[in-house]
Design a protein around this ligand. Structure first.
Ligand code: ZN
Length: 476
């Protein structure tokens, strides 16, 4: 019997996540052993193990490396296969999961025009469509190696339910937007987040839509609630030039600067888009330890332009995460594609190749995990890290030939069509070849009902955003 070697934790990326203890809380979960994986990547930029095994026990990675003979360990033993790559999970740090109901709906318009079409449908949505939309999105995420998402949408209970049914990690909470009483709205969000404290899979988040679609008092109060509860404070910011112009005219401050003045920048703060962030505002983000989320496909599709300063942000030590945004503004939730698009957009903006594959791989894994405030070690296969593992099958022509020296590049540039054979989240096997067909059938069934809803309501536009949460709206 070959010994399983303890993985090295000398890599810079691992150090950045802080030392982990291999000692873990005991649970009754069945151990899962992946045996004979062709490659295993511990984290972005980490050494690559070849012909290796990974043991997940009590919800955590407890060993990696070496080769075990069959039947050597109790629990669920899975033969990885000659073409398998075991990688850390990706996490989608910004999504509106239920919006798969709006995939391809009014797709070819700019942000503010597009939003009016979205608001028309959103005012007519029920919890049923929100659940079905989240379910389709969750299945899409699982099928493309994403183990969790931070959501900003109405009907957070339905997103949570879809995540639980699929075994995905999620951050959910009511979105605060429209003509709301800010104190009542934040109280509702606080109450919701508090209920989820201690849940190992689905946690809370305080979602305030933006500085232009929510009262400023909701930003100040919402941020305090997030800090008090230890959950992320999640907000769209500096997405368009118009937003910056309006903020300057109305408040005499740039959007991120305004958040600073409101006391809403801290380690809990997650700033989404930031394509029009001023270079000097990065100093505020760095000083307060806030995270930035890059959503390159959505920014290009909605023609919001600007430039997300990924390289400067990462070099200065700011945590950068990656997100897809909603399925109506991307229109994909595939984080493999998002990584490639991020590199391409960055190179197009910088006119050089300073942004490398490892930068975006880090953002999609460790960076997103940090922004979502997931347990320490998430986004790596470090010893003691949460048991979140994706085993990708590289047998797709676009990902071949695969070698140790091109593995990270294949994952970032050639893996849009890679589908995981197995996904383990929090130590539970949530995707396997047997489960795939069943999930696919569920997605098709849900999509049929979503189409019936879209046909029933027909096209239209609303000039005002829906008000949320409903209990805090000033007008019915
Ligand atoms: Zn968004």
């Amino acid at each position: 019997m070959h010994p399983i070697h303890r993985a090295s934790s000398t890599n810079k990326d691992l150090e950045a996540t802080g030392p982990l203890e291999a000692k873990v809380t005991m649970t009754n979960k069945e151990p899962i052993l992946f045996r004979n994986c062709r490659f295993a990547l511990t984290c972005s930029g980490c050494p690559i193990h070849e012909h290796t095994s990974i043991l997940i026990e009590n919800g955590h990675v407890v060993s990696i490396g070496g080769k075990l003979p069959s039947g050597g360990k109790a629990g669920h033993v899975i033969e990885c296969g000659e073409h398998s790559i075991a990688v850390p999970c990706m996490y989608n740090a910004h999504a509106h999961a239920a919006m798969s109901v709006l995939r391809g709906y009014y797709s070819d318009a700019e942000l503010h025009d597009w939003l009016q079409a979205m608001w028309f449908v959103e005012r007519r949505l029920s919890s049923r469509e929100a659940f079905l939309g989240s379910l389709v999105s969750g299945i899409e995420m699982l099928f493309s190696g994403t183990c969790g998402f931070m959501d900003m949408y109405f009907f957070p209970g339905e997103a949570a339910e879809a995540a639980r049914q699929l075994g995905l990690r999620a951050r959910v909470g009511p979105v605060i937007m429209g003509d709301v009483d800010p104190y009542r709205a934040v109280e509702e969000a606080r109450r919701y987040a508090r209920k989820l404290l201690g849940d190992p899979l689905v946690g809370g988040v305080i979602n305030v839509h933006s500085i232009y679609a929510a009262p400023l008092e909701a930003i100040r109060e919402g941020h305090s609630a997030a800090v008090e509860l230890g959950v992320p404070f999640h907000i769209h910011v500096s997405e368009t030039r118009r937003e910056v112009y309006e903020a300057k005219k109305r408040y005499g401050a740039f959007p991120v600067e305004l958040l600073g003045k409101l006391g809403a920048l801290s380690e809990n703060t997650v700033l989404v888009h930031a394509g029009w962030i001023a270079s000097w505002e990065l100093g505020l983000v760095k000083e307060k330890g806030s995270s930035l989320v890059h959503c390159p496909a959505s920014n290009m599709k909605l023609a919001t332009a600007g430039h997300f300063p990924l390289y400067e942000a990462m070099e200065s030590g700011i945590n950068v995460a990656l997100g897809t945004d909603g399925p109506a503004s991307n229109d994909s939730l595939n984080m493999f594609s998002e990584m490639k698009i991020a590199v391409l957009l960055q190179r197009h903006s910088y006119w050089d190749t300073r942004v490398k594959a490892h930068h975006v791989l880090r953002a999609a894994t460790i960076g997103s995990a940090r922004a979502m405030m997931l347990p320490r070690g998430a986004g790596t296969l470090q010893l003691g890290a949460p048991g979140d593992v994706v085993v990708v099958n590289s047998v797709t022509p676009s990902a071949l030939p695969l070698r140790r020296d091109n593995l990270e590049q294949v994952l970032v540039y050639s893996c849009e069509k890679c589908t995981p054979d197995y996904v383990v989240i929090n130590g539970e096997l949530v995707l396997s070849p047997e489960k795939k067909q069943q999930l696919l059938e569920e997605a098709v069934k849900a999509a049929k009902q979503l189409n019936e809803f879209i046909e029933r309501i027909g096209p239209g536009k609303e000039s005002k955003p829906p008000c949320s949460p409903r209990t805090a709206c000033r007008q019915a």
